[in-house]
Write a protein that binds this ligand. Sequence first.
Ligand code: NDP
Ligand code: 2IT
Length: 438
Amino acid sequence: MAMIKAKNPAEQEFHQAVQEVAESLIPFIEENPKYKHARILERIAEPERVIIFCVPWLDDLGGVQINRGFRIEMSSSIGPYKGGLRFHPTVNLGILKFLAFEQVFKNSLTTLPMGGGKGGSDFDPKGKSDNEVMRFCQSFMTELCRHIGPDTDVPAGDIGVGGREIGFLFGQYKRIRNEFTGVLTGKGIGWGGSLIRPEATGYGAVYFAEEMLQTKGDSLKGKTCIVSGSGNVAQFTTEKINQLGGKVVTLSDSTGFIHDPDGIDDEKLAYVIDLKNNRRGRIKEYADKYRCQYHDGERPWSIRGDAAFPSATENEINEEDARKLIGNGCKVISEGANMPSTPEAIEVYLKHKILYGPGKAANAGGVAVSGLEMTQNSMRLPWTRQEVDSRLHTIMKSIHETCVKFGTEKDGFVNYVIGANIGGFVKVADAMLAQGLV
Ligand code: NDP
Ligand code: 2IT
C-alpha cells in the first residue's frame, strides 16, 4: 500500500479499492506463492494504459467549453477492456482508476471473457441541452475512437451516461471509422442493443440479494427495502423488488431523499422514470406529487427497512449510517453502486454478520448483459428478453456460488467481500501467469 500511495498520490478512492482487495487477497497469495513471485496483485493495480485527452466543444451560445476526457485500460488478461463511461463533475483520475480496478474483478466474476476498463469526463450533463450533450459526445468520441474497438476496448454507460449519450457516441464512432460494430454496449434496441441491458444492473442486484437470502431460507417477499439513487440502477432495482413482492420506500438524488411508506409501486415508478430520464427533474417533485416526506440534503439510511440497495454513488454509506441500518433491523445489503460503503461501514456489516453483497459481485449484472450484447453483436443475431434474462439470472447465481466457494469461513458465515475478491482474482491471475510478462 505504501508503494500504491507513493505512485498514485491524492487518489484516495483508488487507494481504498486496492486496500480492500489486498486485505482479502494477501493471506490467499501467501498460501499460493506462484502469485506472489509473479507480483500479480501489484501488476493488476498498475493500469496497462491511461489515456487523458482534451474535449473542446461549443455551447448553445457559441462559447468555447473545455473538459477533460479519460480512458483507463486496466487489464486485458481475459478479454478486451470493458467498462463504463462516467460523465460527472467529480470525475478525476483516481475515481476512474478505482472504478477500472473494481471492474477487473467484477468482469472476471461474470464468467464472460472481458478485461477491465473505465473512462469518462468531468463534463456535467445536468442543465445542458440535448444539442450540447451531442456536441460534447461527438468531440469526446473524436479522440476516444482511435483507442477503442470491438476487440480492443468496449465502453458502456455509468453515472451520467445512458441511452442518449451512448447513441451520440456510437453515431460519431460509426461516422469516423465507417463501421457498424459492437464497439459500445447499452445501444438502442433497433441498432445493436440487447434487450434487458437497461434493466440488468438493478435486476442483477436484486437477484443477488435473493440468492443471499435463500442461504437463510428467506426471500424479499414482504420485505421493506431502502433504495438510494433514482437513476438507471435504482429504477430497475425498484421494478424487480416490486415484481418479487417487496416494498421500496425510499429513492434519492444528489439533493435529498423521498420517503414513501406506502411503497413506490409500478405506477409511481413510471412517474420517476419519466421525471429522471425525460424531464430530468429533481426527486423532490415526487414528494410534491405523492404527498410524502422529502428530506433535503440527506441520505435514506436512517429509515427502517429489512434490506438496503445503495444505488447512487461511492462512499454514500459511512460507519454511522451502517450502524443505523443494522440498528433498524436491516439484514441484507446488495450494492448496486460501485463501492458505496466506506471501509468502516463494511467493518460494521461484517461484525454483525449480516448478508452483505459488495458491488463487484452484486452489480455485475450490468456488465454481464453488456457481455451478452457483445456476443449478440458478433453473431449478428438478437436474443429474446427471456433468453437474456435467464442468462443474467444464471450468471448472478454463478457469482453467488463463487463467493460462497471462496468466502465461507470456519463457522459457516459467508464473507462475500473475501469471496468476490478471491473469486475474481484467480482467473485473471492464472491468465497473467500463462501469458508471461506482457
Ligand atoms: P445514473 O446517472 O443513472 O444515476 C445516478 C443516481 O445517483 C442519480 O440519482 C444521481 O442523482 C445519484 N448520484 C450521483 N452522484 C451522486 C452523488 N455524488 N451524491 C448523491 N447522489 C448521487 O447512474 P447509474 O444508475 O447508472 O449509476 C449508479 C451507480 O451504479 C454508480 O455507482 C455506478 O457506478 C453504478 N453502476 C452502474 C451500472 C450501470 O449499468 N449503469 C453498472 C454497475 C454499477 P442526481 O440526478 O442528483 O445526480
Ligand atoms: O460499473 C459497471 O459495471 C458499469 N458501469 C457497466 C459497465 C459495462 O460495460 O456495461
